[in-house]
Design a protein around this ligand. Structure first.
Ligand code: ADP
Ligand code: MG
Length: 249
């Protein structure tokens, strides 16, 4: 019998910006429920690769498959509808909205409901209940009514994940979710990710090797747009080429 398709497969994807080959024939395979880290020095092409997966960046070659379905020719919103969600290296929240409204808005978008039509349609209560559940699940139960722009930065990063989860993604792509937050809090943020259902497959970009060792089952190392190594955290940390190019030890 045929093997079940990977949740996410990236096959020899390349991206060029003019003369610059930012991503060169990169392949990744994430089985259902994977917790896969993407590491590498600044400028390695990590964010560009995530953009090529979501469709935000157009690839010059290769394929992206979600549960075996080829998404390569689809645009960013069609890919999102099929179950890809991402967070950004820099937060992209609406600072004036409350936490619960921010998540409710994302749920409404998923359902194709316009925010101002929610109440008349009678869907508002269901949407608010679901938003509350997502925030409680992520440990933000006490902050539902708080304005997002006034939350601690670490909580804002968790809000990004809450909004991404509101789309009910099959694959969640996180670009440095812990960037800019203190070490103790980043640990907590990753614990939130660890508790997510195995229905959600996670690819995350992360610089902190302690977090990578603790939370990733497998790691892909990019350098100058190419895959330098792939394996368990222990395997890549022991790889001489990786130590030279990245870890500096
Ligand atoms: P990383 O996330 O690994 O730090 P990036 O994917 O952001 O790296 O960038 C990879 C390379 O592509 C860098 O040299 C960067 O300057 C370049 N780059 C990224 N985005 C663009 C863009 N939109 N236009 C031109 N060059 C870009
Ligand atoms: Mg980046």
């Amino acid at each position: 019998a045929a093997r079940a398709a990977e949740a996410l497969a990236v096959e020899r994807v390349s991206v060029s910006f003019g003369e610059l080959k930012a991503v060169r024939e990169v392949s990744l395979r994430l089985p259902q429920g994977a917790r896969h880290a993407l590491i590498g020095p600044n400028g390695a092409g990590k964010s560009t690769l995530v953009g090529a997966i979501t469709g935000a960046v157009s690839a010059s070659g290769g394929r992206v498959l979600l549960n075996g379905e080829d998404l390569t020719r689809l645009g960013i919103s069609a890919r999102a509808r099929r179950g890809l969600a991402r967070t950004f290296q820099i937060t992209s929240l609406f600072p004036e909205m409350t936490a619960i409204d921010s998540v409710a808005l994302a749920i409404a978008e998923r359902e194709g409901l316009t925010w101002r039509f929610l109440a008349p349609l009678g869907s508002r209560a269901a949407v608010m209940d679901e938003a509350r559940e997502i925030l409680e699940e992520l440990g933000l139960a006490d902050l539902l009514g708080r304005v997002v722009g006034e939350l601690a930065y670490g909580h804002q990063r968790v809000m990004e994940i809450a909004i991404a989860l509101a789309s009910r993604p099959r694959v969640l792509l996180l670009d440095e979710p812990a960037a800019g937050i203190p070490a103790g809090e980043s640990q907590r943020l990753f614990e939130v990710l660890e508790r997510l259902s195995r229905d959600v497959t996670v690819l995350f970009i992360e610089h902190d090797m302690h977090l990578v060792r603790r939370f990733a089952r497998r790691v892909t190392v990019l350098a100058a747009g190419q895959v330098l190594a792939e394996g368990t955290p222990a395997e890549v940390a022991a790889d001489a080429g990786v130590r030279d190019a990245y870890l500096g030890t």
